[in-house]
Design a protein around this ligand. Structure first.
Ligand SMILES: [Zn+2]
Length: 331
């Protein structure tokens, strides 16, 4: 069996175990209710805020043997009401986080192409942290996964362009590095130009198949500057992309707000600027390229080695994106 097939089986088995776990989760936790006089299945579901289309089958399975002809409800029965939670699944988030509930539909109608910087044979910048090496690609990937999860939890479609089958979201300070990340299912080549072309191709291919009204490509780097300087967060867009520009400013303003709230003495100086980068130039969706900090700077390293900080960065990115989407919707 090749890798893809094996992975599919693992997903299937995972889903099966999960559904077993859910059904074993004792039906005693579910609410029950009796039908009102004359109430049919359809009205009963609606009254309990369930969509007949989505939940009718689950309702029938859950209450086997309690129906009259044509699944009519019987007045003397108290029916179990299935939970309306929708479960999502993304094995790339790692074993413990692969299954998670949909929390809102705030971002319904959006699609994202998330590109974690570097990967494969290219570790990006390398910071020295005590006896450890911090590889940019691993930290960029972890933050990208965390952002992906936030987006999916709120109704977005997300494409992870760079993938690592066995990393998942990690809570360690020192993220172990490897070089087997892939672009989609393809090996990442060594040559820098080939590498950029490959991920651009992948974004554009997926973009073409999607039809969401709001689609954005987000490229996440940490990036290294001079060793002594603590740098802030940089947001780049292509000069001709108004979508990219709007999103970049929205993200910058969100970070500004958050830093004022959490580290008022620090003084945040995130900037938005245009940059003629290959991915910004060639990806079809509006794109933003982000540099989150300097992995070679001791103070910036704190931003990345602490998992809660990586999560905070992902949350802030999410909030900025949400604002941009909402603003876009108002127009
Ligand atoms: Zn980089």
């Amino acid at each position: 069996m090749n890798k893809a097939v094996i992975r599919k089986y693992i997903i299937l088995i995972g889903a099966l175990l999960y559904s077993l776990a859910v059904s074993a989760q004792s039906t005693s936790e579910l609410a029950t209710d009796k039908p009102k006089p004359g109430e049919g299945l359809y009205s009963f579901l609606i009254r309990h805020k369930l969509s007949p289309q989505e939940h009718q089958q689950a309702f029938i399975d859950l209450n086997k043997g309690k129906f009259g002809k044509n699944n009519s409800l019987l007045a003397h029965h108290a029916y179990l009401i299935p939970s309306a939670t929708i479960e999502l699944h993304e094995p790339l988030f790692g074993k413990e986080r692969a299954f998670f509930p949909l929390e809102s539909n705030e971002l319904k109608g959006t699609a994202f192409y998330l590109v974690a910087g570097h990967g494969g044979p290219d570790p990006g910048a390398i910071g020295q942290y005590g006896n450890h090496e911090l590889h940019e690609d691993e930290y960029a990937y972890d933050i990208t996964l965390r952002l992906a999860k936030k987006l999916m939890e709120n109704g977005s479609k997300v494409h992870l362009i760079i993938q690592d089958e066995d990393d998942g979201i990690r809570d360690e300070q020192i993220l172990k590095y490897d070089n087997h990340e892939t672009c989609g299912s393809e090996t990442i080549p060594l040559d820098q130009n080939q590498r950029l072309k490959q991920r651009t191709r992948e974004v554009n291919k997926l973009y073409k198949k999607d039809s969401e009204a709001y689609r954005r490509c987000i490229i996440i780097h940490l990036d290294s500057r001079s060793k002594r300087r603590q740098i802030d967060v940089f947001f780049y867009h292509h000069k001709n992309s108004s979508g990219g520009k709007n999103l970049a400013y929205q993200l910058r303003d969100t970070f500004d707000e958050k830093y004022k709230q959490h580290q008022p003495s620090r003084g945040f100086s995130g900037t938005v600027s245009t940059r003629n980068l290959y991915l910004l130039r060639h990806t079809t969706p509006s794109s933003v390229f982000i540099e989150l900090g300097n992995i070679q700077n001791y103070r910036d390293q704190q931003r990345f080695v602490i998992a809660d900080n990586r999560q905070a960065l992902a949350n802030w990115l999410y909030e900025g994106i949400k604002k941009d989407f909402e603003r876009n919707n108002k127009k």
